[in-house]
Design a protein around this ligand. Structure first.
Ligand SMILES: CC(C)(COP(=O)(O)OP(=O)(O)OC[C@H]1O[C@@H](n2cnc3c(N)ncnc32)[C@H](O)[C@@H]1OP(=O)(O)O)[C@@H](O)C(=O)NCCC(=O)NCCS
Length: 167
């Protein structure tokens, strides 16, 4: 598959990035590289070809969720013996303020879904999980088919749904 993003490394100018949400900016500035080094997450960045500035980033990590959180309609065919299901966490996704409102956030999300789908071909994963920062982020994910999980604030998108797009 062809991706728009590349793995974060030291050549990228992280400090000039600002999406306007401190938590997501601080993560990229101060923690992302360490997390990658420690294998706690993978971080992929979108680089603007003209200016070489970072336009956006997202992180992925392996994860699991309790079987009990999954809505009944999705677990009908799953073996009852599984207490938790393997998932991929789309932990953070953000676009620099200068690039917003032009459909690039959507492309960044699609890029992350492609990576998750391809990963699930090698390592089992039932769904992608996100933990939206706020109501605005939740609305963005809802628009692309993510489903709210009860009680946790988290959202999920079955890999099967993504397979229908890329498979
Ligand atoms: C959320 C974010 C990635 C969207 O990026 P963007 O490039 O501005 O969005 P796009 O231009 O690709 O918009 C794609 C569609 O999503 C919609 N959309 C964008 N932001 C939205 C939001 N916050 N709520 C609901 N819909 C939203 C757009 O209206 C557009 O819909 P359309 O195709 O029907 O016109 C970006 O605003 C961002 O980085 N925000 C700060 C960080 C953040 O909240 N991240 C989310 C998860 S932690």
């Amino acid at each position: 598959m062809i991706y728009l993003t590349e793995p974060l490394d030291s050549k990228h100018d992280r400090k000039s990035f600002s999406c306007g949400k401190d938590l997501l900016d601080n993560y990229l500035w101060y923690q992302a590289k360490q997390d990658v080094k420690r294998k706690l997450s993978a971080c992929f960045v979108l680089v603007d070809e003209e200016t070489k500035k970072l336009a956006g980033y997202y992180t992925l990590s392996s994860n699991s969720i309790s079987n009990e959180l999954i809505p009944e309609s999705f677990k009908k065919k799953l073996p009852k013996s599984y207490d938790s299901l393997p998932t991929i966490l789309l932990g953070r996704l953000a676009l620099d303020k200068n690039f917003k409102g032009r459909g690039i956030g959507r492309l960044l999300l699609i890029d992350s879904l492609k990576r998750c789908y391809e990963t699930s071909e090698s390592i089992g994963a039932f769904a992608i999980i996100t933990d939206p920062l706020d109501k605005e982020a939740e609305k963005f994910y809802l628009k692309y088919g993510f489903i709210k999980l009860p009680d946790s604030g988290k959202m999920f998108l079955p890999i099967k749904t993504i397979k229908e797009l890329f498979g």
